[in-house]
Design a protein around this ligand. Structure first.
Ligand SMILES: C[S@@+](CC[C@H](N)C(=O)[O-])C[C@H]1O[C@@H](n2cnc3c(N)ncnc32)[C@H](O)[C@@H]1O
Length: 257
């Protein structure tokens, strides 16, 4: 089952990268839009990705990343890596994903920023021990069959006092296991916030864009699957956020010992 799960997500994200091709889809997340509105002043060229960027900004603001060594696990199409490198000014930024197509295209699209993009597995990070001050992980860990291995692997590569800044969704039945995995890896929970209403607000703003993108990129037979995957309004995943079946969590975790 774990092998099947990992293979499924590998094939799915490679399929998406191939379909998206040269389209400027550099984020693959549901976004974030708090009640008070926009959270950051953006350059005009970043405005079209505001909801997805605000999710990254919310996560990255959990610690001061200025002049720090930062690793992003599951960077997808690299939009978040580009945003954090340009707006949060880390000293170094490494970013891994298991999708080789995404990594190859990230090197071309965002290469100028000096980001070290590599293919890798979140559950077995191929970096030396105590190598980073912070690790970023956005909307990806639900894909990992061995989430306990992911948290342990991040703990190993963090320096003492380092942060794992993390956001992802879980069904209400899965949250207890998530907290167990976090604690068993050794992390101290600095904060844990339910950001579902902020994510739903973002989905309401992006639904039209993602519906037309789904129709443009996929054959008709896959329109419903694509819309559900993108959680556009009215789909099963969108509704599960609204009715409380799925919760979108944001965590700030510290390697304190
Ligand atoms: C929903 S996308 C999020 C991408 C990015 N964080 C963003 O917000 O735009 C999930 C990502 O997790 C990656 N992923 C899934 N399983 C992985 C694994 N075991 N190791 C590394 N990356 C993985 C996928 O390839 C995909 O890029």
């Amino acid at each position: 089952m774990p092998v099947f799960q990992q293979t499924f997500w590998k094939i799915w994200y490679q399929y998406l990268s191939k379909r998206i091709g040269s389209d400027p889809v550099t984020f693959l997340n549901y976004g974030y839009w708090p009640p008070e509105g926009e959270t950051i002043t953006l350059k005009p060229e970043d405005e079209s990705n505001r909801p997805a960027i605000q999710l990254y900004h919310h996560v990255a603001s959990g610690a001061d990343l200025t002049e720090k060594d930062v690793l992003e696990v599951s960077c997808g199409h690299g939009g978040g890596a580009s945003f954090i490198k340009r707006y949060h000014h880390p000293k170094t930024y490494s970013a891994i994903d298991q999708n080789p197509k995404a990594i190859e295209s990230n090197r071309k699209t965002h290469g100028i920023l000096g980001i070290d993009f590599r293919t890798g597995d979140a559950q077995a990070l191929d970096f030396p021990e105590k190598h980073f001050d912070a690790v970023i992980n956005v909307e990806a860990s639900h894909c990992y069959p061995r989430q306990d291995a992911f948290f342990k692997s991040v703990y190993r590569v963090l320096r003492l006092g380092g942060h794992l800044l993390y956001a992802d969704f879980r069904t209400s039945a899965e949250v207890a296991q998530l907290d167990r995995d976090i604690k068993e890896a050794g992390f101290q929970i600095k904060s844990k916030t339910d950001i579902t209403p902020d994510v739903v607000r973002a989905l309401q703003k992006t639904s039209e864009r993602y519906r037309s993108l789904a129709h443009k990129l996929a054959p008709k037979i896959l329109h419903n699957v694509m819309e559900t995957f993108a959680a556009v309004e009215g789909t099963k995943i969108y509704n599960s956020f609204v009715n409380g079946e799925r919760i979108y969590w944001s965590y700030q975790l510290v390697k304190a010992t």
